[in-house]
Write a protein that binds this ligand. Sequence first.
Ligand SMILES: NC(=O)C1=CN([C@@H]2O[C@H](COP(=O)(O)OP(=O)(O)OC[C@H]3O[C@@H](n4cnc5c(N)ncnc54)[C@H](O)[C@@H]3O)[C@@H](O)[C@H]2O)C=CC1
Ligand SMILES: N[C@@H](CC=O)C(=O)O
Ligand code: NA
Length: 437
Amino acid sequence: MKSRVGVGIVGFGTVGTGVARILLDNAGLIRRRVGVPVELIRIADLDVARDRGLSLPAGMLTQDSRQVLDDPDVDIVVELIGGYEVAKHLILEAIAKGKQVVTANKALLAVHGEELYQAASRQKVDLAFEASVGGGIPIIRALTEGLAANRILSIYGIINGTSNYILTRMTQEGLAFEEVLEESKRAGYAEADPTFDVEGIDSVHKLAIMVSLAYGTPVDVKDIYTEGITKLTPLDIAYAKEFGYVIKLLGIAKLMEGEIEARVHPTMIPVSSPIAQVHGVYNAIQVVGDAVGDVMLHGQGAGSMPTGSAVVSDILSIARNLVTGGVGRVPAASFQPDQRRPLRVRPMADIESLYYLRFMVVDRPGVLSQIAGVLGQHGISISSVLQQGRKEGQTVPVVIRTHQAAERSVQTALRKIGRMSFVSEPPMLIRVEGPDE
Ligand SMILES: NC(=O)C1=CN([C@@H]2O[C@H](COP(=O)(O)OP(=O)(O)OC[C@H]3O[C@@H](n4cnc5c(N)ncnc54)[C@H](O)[C@@H]3O)[C@@H](O)[C@H]2O)C=CC1
Ligand SMILES: N[C@@H](CC=O)C(=O)O
Ligand code: NA
């Protein structure tokens, strides 16, 4: 039996610092939970000069990640550098050396996850990634363990803290997009390339990981429709409020007749819905299972300590396995490797939704009826129309909400309307989740 478990971290940034702090501050508690000490042995980062506010034993911090990989006392390698190539090689090398691996790298898992799962499975080592989705929220364990009895019917979630932080501040305080983005970078929420956050790419990575675990299927991220928050305007946020909605960047996955519907886009949701109450850096993920019904998990989706909490929970789980001699049991994928089956992701054009449409038009008689005419020709039924004030000859917004309609028809109709002479800018489309009134 092991008398202690050694941990090596590569990447001593926002998350790495949180992980080290928790391992040091809660060492006594962790020992009681695991049964043996879980010791931080080495930390590697290219930048060893920056003050992280932690006092580490001399010689623990190094610039050379090899010193983590090659140290025989390091049982668990924690990859927290982010990015694709270097991180992938580091993880594969750690696995090849028979080390257990923890990572928070959702971008890497979403794109190269299958290769990493297979390598870990062949080598019979643990590969754990609780921090990769929902930061501190234990959603990976929920999908792979707590809800494993269920056929998962749907997953809805706010799964990017940066975007939710930006949308919350824009909605509640009327602040400008750029100003709030800078704040979320300073707080350590944003990705190294923040376009991953605001263009929906990070949410797609997380949705792909959840779909892969929930349905036991490989997922190509390119099959998931992706739209971020950069085109949203204060005008749409104000209209949403007027209709009793808020706008959230949602990741949505549904099991539909043996196919998966998977998409990420700004969504109007009723202000009374639980997910609408989720503000700032908080994430929330609602999972519906056929046996359990509705489950909602809520917590901080980014930041040093919440994300560190998830990483350390993986370290603990693996440390327990090491103590009992049962590594290779933390399921990298929640289905047995030979039971994972490809499921088709339904093309976006084939989905149905409710829609909010905003047209900027030159105000003159007959405009509304021409727009309504095109929508009607494509079988799109209107539930309400809003045109505020008359400004003959000037550009004004016309806002239309639809009943349930086919995405393909809505896109075709918008292309036609967008070409009409009185339309001054590309139409705005926001999908709506909620009752069809
Ligand atoms: N910041 C957050 O709230 C969350 C981050 N993540 C993920 O965690 C990972 C780390 O993110 P952060 O800590 O925010 O990034 P960060 O940029 O704060 O830290 C990364 C650290 O890695 C170091 N580094 C880069 N390349 C290296 C190399 N080749 N060898 C050694 N050190 C190297 C950098 O100097 C930096 O200190 C990423 O995969 C990210 O997507 C996941 C959940 C939440
Ligand atoms: N940049 C991400 C960090 C956590 O995954 C986010 O903002 O959610
Ligand atoms: Na998590």
